[in-house]
Design a protein around this ligand. Structure first.
Ligand SMILES: Nc1ncnc2c1ncn2[C@@H]1O[C@H](COP(=O)(O)OP(=O)(O)O)[C@@H](O)[C@H]1O
Ligand SMILES: [Mg+2]
Length: 400
């Protein structure tokens, strides 16, 4: 008997997730796209989209709830899928309203609200930097006396290091807090942990982590977003004890956050004290081309696997993860002076992806030999810095 046709509603407030949509078509789904009007002209894979809907602002309530409920009068929506991080909350609230399966409001909070994820992680025994909600001034004062600076003052639900301030003194702290006015309670304050930043990207099905890969950011993202430079991330040596430590903490974290199925992008800091701390967790594919890095390392695409596992779940069928090929891979990205930089001189056979568009340059290097890939990454990072890189001041906009 042929499979039932499954209907996915993909929500996107940013242009991304085209591989997810294409995979939906390959699986024979009925795919609806709901996006913002200003993204109408983006190169969506229209041939894979059955129906498209545009709103002025897909976050505006009750408009979006009414719009999706209206669509549901004549369509049976099986899954609501948020393609961007900011869509996770809206999708959760729609699922609650439509009583549709998938992550609801409470769980979505653990993936979008940095304060909620801190509290939950701490309560479940996962090490986190000391933190305090920017709410009660006496508690903030006690925190600043007890926990040595510098501290990070951060919005609870932003991304791409937007709005995060590094604070060095209690004068600066109180000035910033007062400047925030009524926005204070939407922030948290935490100890700045000096160290290396890592990310672990994973696939979860039926509460089990079926696949995960750990990578290290060359320079912490905060410094890249604020000071510029070449963004680098590479997979961690799979045979190292650090790799085992990262993977086991990531598994514990996903369990603590009650994720049932989907893809995740978690970040950790390894402090100079040797301790691994949880930084943040998202229920989505990592941004900044991390999907390319994971794809070259593992041999499969996280967006496509996400579509496949949601589809399998709808049909109550098992989800089969492809066998990962476990290559070592590294990603380099930078802003470029030229609109379409010439990357032909990055010509080693291990260069598996080149991207030159819109004043951005990107490379992925992958291979079996860990040392060779690292050596190439070091050399190319240097060369990109010297020959291609443009330095721009930080923006107030999120980088997805
Ligand atoms: N407590 C901390 N100690 C040290 N660095 C931090 C801390 N919190 C954030 N950072 C830096 O800021 C970056 C962004 O912070 P993060 O919490 O991951 O928010 P975002 O959602 O903006 O990525 C991190 O990758 C790291 O470089
Ligand atoms: Mg982050």
């Amino acid at each position: 008997m042929a499979d039932r046709k499954v209907t996915f509603l993909c929500m996107a407030s940013f242009f991304k997730g085209t591989a997810f949509i294409e995979e939906c078509r390959a699986l024979g789904c009925n795919t609806l796209l709901l996006t913002n009007e200003h993204l109408k002209e983006k190169p969506w894979p229209w041939q894979a989209i059955d129906e498209r809907f545009f709103m002025h602002d897909i976050y505006r309530q009750p408009d979006v709830t009414r719009a999706v409920s209206y669509l549901a009068r004549t369509r049976e929506i099986d899954r609501i899928v948020p393609l961007d991080d900011f869509d996770v909350e809206v999708a959760a609230s729609l699922r609650e309203h439509l009583r549709s399966p998938g992550m609801g409001d409470t769980t979505a909070r653990f993936f979008r609200d940095k304060l909620a994820m801190r509290v939950q992680a701490r309560d479940e025994g996962i090490p986190v930097p000391e933190f305090v909600h920017v709410l009660n001034h006496k508690q903030i004062d006690e925190f600043s006396r007890k926990v040595p600076g510098p501290w990070m003052l951060k919005p609870r639900s932003q991304a791409g290091a937007v709005g995060i301030k590094k604070i060095h003194s209690s004068e600066e702290l109180w000035r910033r807090v007062h400047e925030l006015g009524d926005e204070q309670s939407y922030h948290l304050l935490e100890r700045c942990v000096a160290g290396d930043v890592f990310h672990v990207d994973s696939i979860v099905y039926d509460k089990k982590v079926l696949f995960q890969v750990a990578s290290r950011y060359g320079t912490p993202p905060f410094n890249i977003w604020n000071e510029g430079g070449v963004f680098l991330s590479h997979t961690v040596n799979p045979r190292s004890s650090l790799n085992r430590e990262l993977l086991s903490l990531n598994e514990k974290l996903i369990k603590a956050m009650r994720l049932v199925r989907g893809v995740t992008h978690a970040e950790f800091i390894k402090g100079h004290d040797g301790q691994l701390y949880f930084l943040e967790l998202a229920a989505r594919v990592g941004g900044a081309n991390i999907d390319r890095l994971v794809e070259e390392a593992s041999g499969f695409n996280l967006w496509r696997e996400w579509a496949r596992l949601e589809h399998a779940y709808c049909l109550k069928k098992p989800y089969d993860l492809p066998k990962p090929r476990n290559l070592h891979a590294g990603l380099l990205i930078c802003l470029s002076r030229a609109e379409k930089p010439d990357l032909s001189r990055f010509s080693a056979p291990e260069v598996v992806w080149r991207h030159a568009e819109d004043h951005h340059a990107g490379l992925v290097v992958a291979g079996k030999d860990y040392d060779r890939v690292n050596e190439l990454l070091g050399r190319y990072q240097h060369q990109l810095t010297k020959e291609i890189l443009a330095v721009q001041p930080p923006t107030d906009k999120a980088i997805h």
